[in-house]
Design a protein around this ligand. Structure first.
Ligand SMILES: *Cc1c(COP(=O)(O)O)cnc(C)c1O
Length: 372
């Protein structure tokens, strides 16, 4: 196996889950494991959560293919697919017992005709997606009552859930998130007054779990918080979270360069005095963005060193000065040593992004090692 690894700390994952559980109780939890569990490995993450005494009640993914993968990994809980069913092989929802997201009359037509064609003889469990302001997927909240009422008359369907998604819940005390919540609540109240059965009501992503306790309803949908990060720097910090992924490697080579020598493509680093350059087998093809060139750091033997020269596809270099660094010494690119930490947020600062993008982009060729 190569020296560069993504270490996935499953006990941190379980700690995060349990801390979220405590915070939202008695609401249930739909664990969001889309995009290969934000890059952490979907089957290992799901199995690990399922080893808990109080497992997630539901799982959710973005795509039908991701849901099939989760079923094939042996997950028995209900699995919701966030994607629209248009353009998908609908019979797979029946075959693998997956819950489609529904929000148009055409969805209803497509599901009915697929049910007929395949001879699927049970009721179809669906969740209705309501758009309260995100303007991505879902039926507009103004039209949602009529749509759900219509759906409730369709004998082929069981409305197992109704949900919405916040655009700004990662900002504490946000007025737009509050407006979205108000729109959603009004809809749910109206449905209840008409005795229309709604199934599980859910709205809260990680931001809302942290910032908006009045948005929990029957169930919450944590993603990034499971993996140990707050969704932004503008939430409160009412849940203890522990990053699950770290990236480690070993020094592959060390070489002496002289004053004026340059490192890597385009000669973007020039030594101001003679120094040692250590190289590490990790590059942009592994998910170490090229934009980190000359800006990022690593922990080697409990000291922080600067990354120098253009980040290449397979390799990055560090200026280790005159310190005694040997081939094979451990390098922490992301994560904690005894004294230091390079957090996802440190990468985010350089990259002007959020931790989601960093863990998702650690590529498939980086072996995931699971520790517990
Ligand atoms: C990704 C996603 C979530 C989880 O969001 P986090 O911010 O990662 O907690 C919840 N709901 C929907 C619809 C999503 O697409």
């Amino acid at each position: 196996m190569r020296a560069s690894l993504a270490i996935i700390n499953l006990s941190n994952l379980k700690k995060n889950f349990s801390n979220i559980r405590k915070k939202v109780f008695p609401a249930k939890i739909m664990a969001v494991v889309k995009a290969d569990a934000y890059g952490h490995g979907v089957s290992e993450v799901a199995m690990s959560l399922n080893s808990l005494e109080k497992k997630p009640e539901y799982f959710a993914v973005a795509l039908l293919d991701e849901a099939i993968e989760l079923r094939k990994a042996g997950i028995k809980q209900p699995i919701l697919v966030f994607d629209s069913i248009a353009n998908s092989e609908i019979e797979n929802y029946f075959k693998y017992n997956l819950i489609p997201t529904v929000f148009t009359k055409n969805d209803i037509v497509l599901l009915k005709s697929s049910k007929q064609k395949t001879g699927f003889n049970k009721k179809i469990f669906i969740h209705v997606k309501v758009d309260t302001g995100m303007n991505r997927l879902g039926i507009n909240y103004n039209d949602a009552f009529e749509f759900i009422e219509y759906l409730s008359y369709q004998k082929e369907f069981i409305i197992d859930g109704i949900y919405t998604h916040f655009a700004t819940s990662d900002v504490y005390n946000n007025t737009f998130a509050k407006l979205q919540l108000k729109r959603f609540k009004e809809l749910i109240d109206r449905l209840r007054k008409k005795n229309i059965s709604t199934g599980m009501i859910h709205a809260a992503n990680s931001g809302a779990i942290i910032n908006m306790p009045d948005s929990y309803f029957d169930m919450v949908r944590p993603g990034i918080s499971l993996y140990g990060y707050y969704p932004s720097k503008r939430t409160n910090e009412s849940i203890d979270l522990f990053p699950v992924m770290s990236i480690v490697s070993k020094i592959a080579s060390v070489k002496r360069i002289r004053k004026g020598d340059t490192v890597s493509y385009s000669r973007k680093f020039k030594a101001s005095e003679s120094t040692n350059i250590a190289s590490v087998s990790f590059g942009y093809a592994d998910g170490y963005p090229r934009r980190m060139t000359n800006k990022s750091f690593a922990i080697i033997n409990e000291k922080i060193y600067k990354q120098v020269g253009v980040v290449t596809m397979d390799r990055i270099m560090f200026d280790v000065g005159n310190d005694k660094i040997n081939v094979g010494d451990e390098v922490i690119l992301l994560g904690k040593s005894k004294k230091h930490e390079i957090s996802g947020w440190d990468w985010c600062k350089i990259l002007n992004t959020i931790p989601y993008e960093i863990t998702c982009n650690i590529s498939k060729r980086v072996p995931r090692i699971y520790i517990d």
